[in-house]
Each structure stands twice: as structure tokens, then as C-alpha cells.
Design a protein around this ligand. Structure first.
Ligand SMILES: *[C@@H]1O[C@H](CO)[C@@H](O)[C@H](O)[C@H]1NC(C)=O
Ligand SMILES: *[C@@H]1O[C@H](CO)[C@@H](O)[C@H](O)[C@H]1NC(C)=O
Ligand SMILES: *[C@@H]1O[C@H](CO)[C@@H](O)[C@H](O)[C@H]1NC(C)=O
Ligand SMILES: *[C@@H]1O[C@H](CO)[C@@H](O)[C@H](O)[C@H]1NC(C)=O
Ligand SMILES: *[C@@H]1O[C@H](CO)[C@@H](O)[C@H](O)[C@H]1NC(C)=O
Ligand SMILES: *[C@@H]1O[C@H](CO)[C@@H](O)[C@H](O)[C@H]1NC(C)=O
Ligand SMILES: [Cu+2]
Length: 210
């Protein structure tokens, strides 16, 4: 009982310090463009990143990829599914950040090849200059020859994001080094939300108890 009370208090303290970062999808708050703004976020474990789909009807996604393959879904990564932006009623896709390693993402829309147009970004990219910094990732994206679709095509509002690092043995297909994974492979809606809330609480407890 005493432990439960202390743990609850710690979780509340931890939650109080969790930050939310807003990323506009396809504009910088209004209009239509082929970019995420900002395209680089520095976040802590249990912080959230809210992608706001607020364009005037243009249809985007946010999909996790690997540094070396910017326009291909990373196995086990998150994907928002497609959603046309709305000026008056924008949908949000919220990521709970599960670790502080680089998390790379792109828009998979093939109409006007958004990823190849540079519609990519990162959470916690390595500091510049580095061979694997954000500008190197953008250069790989704009040099890509095709955009690979994720399996998640239907909009799902919430997921957990952890870095995915290719192993030396299987560098062509992504291999996860983290246990906690996105929850949006299943149907969107209440189930995904409650799973995400559990993940957020677990992350908050994990931080508080460290
Ligand atoms: C987006 O707007 C913010 C402030 O509203 C500004 O600081 C930032 O430079 C803008 N980014 C782009 C890509 O226009
Ligand atoms: C991350 O957490 C540390 C320690 O709690 C804090 O000093 C820092 O400002 C946080 N960074 C961000 C981007 O919130
Ligand atoms: C959105 O686009 C439509 C045309 O497709 C235009 O009539 C309308 O004014 C635009 N709304 C805003 C807020 O830009
Ligand atoms: C959004 O784009 C995707 C991929 O091109 C397409 O499958 C989907 O039908 C589009 N949705 C709407 C509402 O236009
Ligand atoms: C979406 O996120 C933005 C930015 O945090 C927030 O202002 C807005 O209320 C959110 N919308 C919904 C429907 O939750
Ligand atoms: C995987 O391949 C990329 C280039 O395709 C390379 O930069 C990276 O170091 C490789 N990773 C490992 C673990 O071998
Ligand atoms: Cu897009």
C-alpha cells in the first residue's frame, strides 16, 4: 500500500515533467507543403511528440524508417496510416518516446513522392556535423529511387516510438534492439489508445524508479 502510494506519486511527478512536442505535418501551421515542421525534435523518454495533420486536404503519413533506408518502413516500427489534413478539425498522431536513440521517420505518400521531396524527420538525431546527422538523412531521402508503403494504411492515432538499429548480421532488414514496440499494428481506436496509455505509464514509472 505504501509502495503503491509512493509509486503513484513518483509517476505523477514524472508525468509533470514530460514534455509534448508539436510537429506540423505538411506545413508550418497553415497551408500545404511537403515537409514536417520542425523536422528535428530532441525529446526524453516518456515525452510525447504530437503530429498535427492540419493541411488543407493534402494526404500524409508518418512512418518510422532506418537511417540507411529513409523511404522504407522499419520492421517493427510505428506508422500513423494515411489521413488527409484538415484546417478546421485536424487529426493528431501521438508518439510516446520510449528511448533517446535516433528515431527516423518519413511520409510514404507516393503522389508527388513526399519522402523523396524531403518530407522526413527525426527524433534525437545525432548532433551535426556527423555522417549520420539529419542533413545526411535528408540527402539519402532525396536520393531515394522509390517509396515503400507500410502495412499500416488506416489512420491509428497513437504509438510508442523506440529506436530501431540494424544488426550487422541482418543489415538489409531492420532488427529491433528494444522490447517495447508500437501498438498500432492492430486496429486503431480505443484499444490502441489504452495500450498507449499503459506504455506511457510504464515509461513514467521506469523513469521515476531509475
Ligand atoms: C515555422 O514557424 C516558426 C514560428 O512560427 C518558425 O520559428 C520556424 O522557423 C518556421 N519554420 C519553417 C520551416 O518555416
Ligand atoms: C530531459 O530531461 C532532463 C533531466 O530531467 C532535462 O534537464 C532536460 O531539459 C530534458 N530535455 C528535454 C528536451 O525535455
Ligand atoms: C482550402 O482549399 C480550398 C480549395 O481546395 C479553398 O477553397 C479553401 O479556401 C482553402 N481553405 C483554406 C483555409 O486555405
Ligand atoms: C490517402 O493516400 C493514400 C495513399 O496514396 C490512399 O490510399 C488513400 O485512399 C488516400 N485517402 C484519401 C481519403 O484520399
Ligand atoms: C492536437 O494537438 C494540438 C497540439 O498539441 C492540440 O492543440 C490539439 O488540441 C490536439 N487536438 C486534439 C483533437 O486532441
Ligand atoms: C548498416 O549499413 C549501413 C549502410 O547501409 C551502415 O552505415 C551501418 O554502419 C551498418 N550497420 C551495421 C550494424 O553494420
Ligand atoms: Cu506527405
Amino acid at each position: 500500500m505504501r509502495f503503491a502510494t509512493a509509486a503513484t506519486a513518483l509517476a505523477l511527478v514524472s508525468t509533470a515533467f514530460a514534455a509534448d512536442f508539436v510537429v506540423n505535418v505538411g506545413n508550418n501551421g497553415s497551408g500545404n507543403g511537403l515537409f514536417f515542421s520542425p523536422n528535428s525534435i530532441t525529446a526524453n523518454v516518456s515525452d510525447t511528440v504530437t503530429f498535427v495533420f492540419n493541411t488543407n486536404g493534402t494526404n500524409h503519413t508518418v512512418v518510422q524508417s532506418l537511417f540507411a533506408k529513409p523511404c522504407e518502413p522499419a520492421a517493427g516500427g510505428f506508422a500513423s496510416g494515411y489521413i488527409p489534413g484538415s484546417v478546421t478539425d485536424p487529426k493528431n498522431f501521438t508518439l510516446v518516446v520510449g528511448d533517446t536513440k535516433p528515431i527516423w521517420f518519413y511520409c510514404a505518400q507516393t503522389t508527388r513522392t513526399h519522402c523523396i521531396a524531403g518530407m522526413v524527420g527525426a527524433i534525437n538525431p545525432p548532433a551535426s556535423p556527423a555522417t549520420n546527422d539529419l542533413s545526411a538523412f535528408v540527402a539519402l531521402a532525396t536520393g531515394a529511387s522509390s517509396i515503400v508503403q507500410p502495412t499500416q494504411l488506416t489512420f491509428a492515432p497513437l504509438a510508442t516510438a523506440t529506436a530501431i538499429v540494424p544488426s550487422a548480421a541482418s543489415n538489409t532488414s531492420a532488427t529491433s534492439t528494444s522490447a517495447a514496440k508500437g501498438t498500432n499494428a492492430a486496429a486503431p481506436g480505443a484499444k490502441g489508445v489504452s495500450g498507449g496509455v499503459v506504455a506511457a505509464l510504464a515509461a513514467a514509472f521506469g523513469v521515476a524508479l531509475l
